[in-house]
Design a binder for this molecule. Structure first.
Ligand code: UN1
Length: 506
């Protein structure tokens, strides 16, 4: 039924997962199956890379860098503009493939492609705005300024849950900054990566840009390991679990490379006694249940003022019971399956742990009796000190807890290791401002009367503490993809030294 989509996106039933403008026809790594999580059935098979295949991709990228780094940035932007155009043309097909491969609902699959288009547009504008500063020199007739140069090949490691958009955040910005990209996609979503690579290849081929965008599908060992050790990749941008970040970060640091880490979240919302509950209900539902709880920005904790807790939790439980779970490509469905059997097991384990730690399941948590990896979203009332609350389980579990004072709520909010996204729902300005103040949310993203998920690309995206500290996408995140050079020019015939130092030979 979906073969024609794969065909239109150039994904063969058995496809190479290694390419850089042309496909390596027989990469030597193992074969992996991409499964449709709604049926458990394979969509297609992908041939993965060996270290030798990886070498080839990096060689092509190194070669591309030689010309790309001196191509004027606005011309680089033109290529990204064409990429955005190509994405617009296949938004429906690519969105559907994302839905088939990850299980996110079609509206979110299309939304993910929209996020790619948006970041391309952003990067095109940015290609004329890679500004450096001019700095006042203390020395007479001297001029001091900063300029930004391309950094080199950027290694991009992405997770299954945003199999295309997170690559695009990195690739579009890297490309205008003058950097080729070598991409290791998740082995859970390799077909989306192949389809995206095909789109890149069509655009790059028009301009003879082989190697600018490279794809190297494979497991953490050998491909992830090869990337983190490779000095030819000055920046590794990796999205995934905190555990993954704890391996990647030190390994890249050992060679003094740069990392941009976007790791786990344990995002909370505080609901104050003045919150607009209708608005909050919709926001909580989207953030906690959307994408079946498999966003790094998913709301995992709800901290509710005790005066409104009974009413709000009862309404939320009713809303949970009315969420249509089913085939993610069908109209009206709001929650598709989890990504695989392991995810279903992890959710069951977390719920058992929550219950053994005093938690009460108010709704959901059961596996659906059908093929694929479907579960009900779960709402759990629990004491905030329960150990499980500090963990990120990549599943639709929302832990609900109550508070008396805002200080108490802020302390609870910041009590976990992760620091990605956060929200407060309130109609009282002083509460909102407290949340946004230095004593408020300790996260990279802090929202008022908006859920924790669904950020726009124009802002810098990322978080603090165990989330890894990286910032991708908008604002000045581009600076991570370039090297800064401070330049001083002496326009005079004297050689005055800084700090008034004298060093004259008499
Ligand atoms: C992720 O889950 O890794 O803010 C990215 C959001 C999306 C991106 C999520 N724009 O929820």
């Amino acid at each position: 039924m979906f073969e024609s989509i794969l065909q239109r996106l150039g994904v063969e039933p058995v496809h190479s997962g290694v390419g850089f403008g042309t496909w390596v026809m027989r990469p030597g790594g193992g074969e992996i199956a991409s499964l449709n999580p709604a049926t458990g059935q394979p969509l297609a098979q992908v041939l993965t890379a060996t270290r030798e295949d990886y070498e080839l991709v990096v060689e092509k990228a190194s070669h591309a860098f030689q010309t790309w780094r001196t191509t004027p940035a606005p011309q680089r932007g033109e290529i990204v503009r064409q990429l955005g155009q190509a994405l617009r043309e296949c938004q429906h097909d690519l969105g559907l493939l994302i839905t088939l491969e990850t299980g996110k609902i079609l509206s979110e699959g299309r939304g993910e492609v929209q996020e790619m288009i948006d970041i391309c547009d952003f990067a095109v504008g940015l290609s004329r705005q890679l500004y450096g500063l001019t700095i006042a020199s203390e020395r007479p007739r001297h001029r001091m300024f900063e300029q930004w140069h391309p950094l080199g090949i950027v290694g991009v490691i992405t997770a299954f849950n945003f199999p295309a958009a997170v690559w695009a955040w990195n690739a579009a910005i890297a490309a205008v900054c003058g950097d080729p990209v070598v991409w290791k996609p998740s082995c859970e979503a390799p077909l989306t990566a192949i389809a995206v690579q095909n789109i890149c290849d069509r655009v790059a081929a028009r301009h003879g840009l082989e190697g600018l965008f490279g794809l190297c599908t494979g497991e953490a060992d050998p491909i992830g390991a090869a990337m983190v050790e490779d000095r030819r990749l000055p920046l590794i941008s990796a999205t995934g679990s905190c555990a993954m970040g704890r391996q990647v970060g030190p390994a890249v640091s050992r060679r003094l490379g740069r990392t941009l880490l976007e790791l786990g979240g344990n995002n909370a919302a505080i609901l104050t006694e003045t919150a607009n509950l209708d608005l909050a209900l919709r926001a909580v539902l989207f953030s906690a249940v959307g994408t079946a709880g498999q966003r790094c920005t998913t709301m995992r904790r709800l901290i509710v003022h005790e005066s409104i807790a009974d009413e709000f939790i009862a309404r939320l439980a009713r809303a949970y019971a009315s969420v249509p779970v089913g085939n993610p490509w069908e109209d009206g469905i709001l929650m598709g399956p989890l990504i695989n059997e392991r995810a279903v097991q992890a959710m069951a384990r977390a719920l058992a742990a929550a219950q053994s730690q005093g938690g009460v399941v108010l709704f959901g948590g059961n596996r659906l009796d059908r093929p694929g990896w479907f579960v009900e979203p779960a709402l759990v009332q629990i004491d905030p000190t329960a150990a499980i609350v500090a963990e990120e389980t990549f599943a639709p579990i929302l832990y609900v807890m109550t508070y008396k004072t805002l200080d108490e709520a802020l302390a609870l909010h910041n009590s976990v290791g992760q620091g990605l996204s956060s929200a407060i729902f309130t109609d009282r300005l002083t509460d909102a401002e407290a949340f946004l103040s230095p004593r408020g949310s300790d996260c990279g993203i802090a929202n008022v009367n908006i859920g924790t998920s669904g950020a726009e690309i124009g802002g810098a995206f990322g978080g603090e503490k165990d989330t890894g500290g990286g910032r991708e996408a908008g604002s000045d995140a581009w600076k991570a993809y370039m090297r800064r050079q401070t330049c001083t020019i002496n326009g005079g015939a004297e050689l005055p030294l800084a700090q008034g130092v004298r060093f004259d030979v008499s």
